[in-house]
Design a binder for this molecule. Structure first.
Ligand code: ADP
Ligand code: MG
Length: 414
């Protein structure tokens, strides 16, 4: 029998609070997982930024990555480590790099999900490059922006095809607003999308591996109040559809960790933004929901490390083949779910959690009652709020976590 250490690397940027909780709770779990003839122990390490030899020996079994979407040095390290060493990483860097918002709409249109009508328009202006003039002269045709606007109707949204973080998103009420917004859009390549309007509910569904967590979202509230603490805002059927759409999206595009935004209107849940492969993980946004994220992250990364999980290729055509014309959304999701379960190895994951992580709830619950947890919250708050507000906001966020603990103890599982 051999003792084997599995190492989880944290590829971090401005993340402050969740890595502390993750590391401390992992320590307290004190895992020793029997697998075959081995006993597995787990270590976590924050990755540093260094020059690297592509032939360097393998150091990590799993990497939880928060940098790939903007920091190419780390992205290239990860890609070489996947290719050379079979490191498992979430999210898949190739998916992060190449699945823009517009691509994701297209994929889900093909699967028959209720994506609002969406167009793409060529940019208003360009960076001068050598072949630009001849290309535009030959092939760029005048188009009638007003006609596209009339097709989509108002209000509509203009947003970058590869957007994120509300960057350059505008809601347009009429044709003159559309023309003005386009004139000001500069070099951005813009998507125009019919608004889901008026909507009566807005949710964010966080998916992490086969796990999901749905939060009622209030986009008009200040940042720290947007993730509401409400319960019972979905029927069972709605929950099934929202979980299902999120998991299909994540399995289809190769994201393990993603946040899917959906709006409800006239009995239909419309996914409107689901290319979010570096979801908000801050305690100052998630507060009440933060412990769920820590637990989900631990379960999935430990499962991946223990089972020697490797990055799987995408298999879009299997998904296309699973759906048929005329199916309802529910039927589509149910037909696609076996592919999702196979991709995330859901059965093996659930078995692993039952066998080795039965104490995770209790350990997490206890840790979030400690001074270390207050300190983790304070460190994040100190980075975001002015000094005279630090104590007040630390108290506010910590109180919300204590509300989660009370609900958790009472059997309310958000
Ligand atoms: N089709 C739409 N219908 C209604 N609201 C929308 C639509 N598209 C975007 N929005 C609103 O604009 C916000 C930002 O757009 P989103 O696509 O989420 O961009 P980002 O990726 O920058 O978050 C959404 O959270 C939502 O409030
Ligand atoms: Mg969004």
């Amino acid at each position: 029998m051999a003792k084997v250490t599995k190492r989880i690397g944290l590829s971090l940027g401005a993340d402050i609070c969740w890595p502390i909780a993750f590391t401390e709770i992992l320590k307290r779990l004190d895992l020793a997982v029997r697998r075959g003839r081995d006993t597995l122990r787990f270590e976590v390490e924050r990755m540093t930024i260094d020059p690297f030899d592509i032939r360097e020996p393998r150091r990590y079994d799993v990497v939880i990555d928060r940098l790939t979407h903007w920091y190419s040095t780390r992205r290239e390290w990860i890609k070489k480590a996947v290719i050379l060493d079979d490191v498992y990483v979430f999210n898949n860097p190739w998916s992060v790099q190449s699945m823009e918002k517009l691509t994701t709409y297209a994929g889900m249109v093909r699967l028959g999900f209720p994506i609002p009508e969406t167009w793409l328009v060529p940019p208003h202006s360009y960076e001068p490059v050598e072949d630009l003039e001849v290309t535009l002269k030959s092939y760029a045709r005048h188009f009638d922006l007003g006609a596209i606007g009339r097709k989509l109707g108002y209000p509509m949204f203009m947003k970058p095809y590869d957007g994120g973080g509300w960057r350059a998103v505008t809601r347009l009420e009429d044709e003159s607003a559309l023309r003005e917004a386009y004139d000001q859009s500069g070099k951005l390549v813009m998507t125009l999308q019919a608004a889901v309007h008026p909507f009566d509910r807005f949710v964010r569904c966080i998916g992490l591996g086969p796990q999901t967590h749905v939060v009622l979202y209030d986009p008009k509230a200040p940042l720290h109040d947007r993730y509401t603490m409400k319960h019972d805002f979905l029927s069972d059927e709605e929950r099934h559809l929202i979980d299902g759409m999120t998991l299909v999206i994540n399995a289809f595009f190769g994201w393990d960790f993603n946040s899917c935004e959906l709006l409800h209107k006239d009995g239909v849940w419309h996914p409107i933004d689901f290319a979010n492969p570096c979801p908000d993980s801050q305690v100052t946004s998630l507060h009440y929901h933060f412990p769920w994220l820590i637990k989900a992250n631990l379960r999935w990364s430990l499962f991946a490390a223990a089972t020697g999980r490797t990055v799987k290729p995408l298999a879009w055509h299997d998904y296309f083949a699973a759906v048929e014309e005329g199916m309802t959304l529910r039927e589509r999701i149910d037909a696609l779910m076996p592919l999702v379960r196979a991709r995330f190895d859901t059965d093996a994951f659930e078995e692993f959690c039952q066998a080795h992580l039965a104490h995770l709830d209790e350990v997490t619950h206890a840790w979030f009652g400690t001074d270390d947890a207050v300190e983790a919250v304070r460190r994040k708050v100190s980075a975001l709020f002015p000094p005279h507000e630090v104590e007040e906001f630390t108290g506010l966020f910590f109180d919300r976590i204590q509300q989660w603990r009370a609900d958790d103890a009472g059997g309310v599982r958000p």
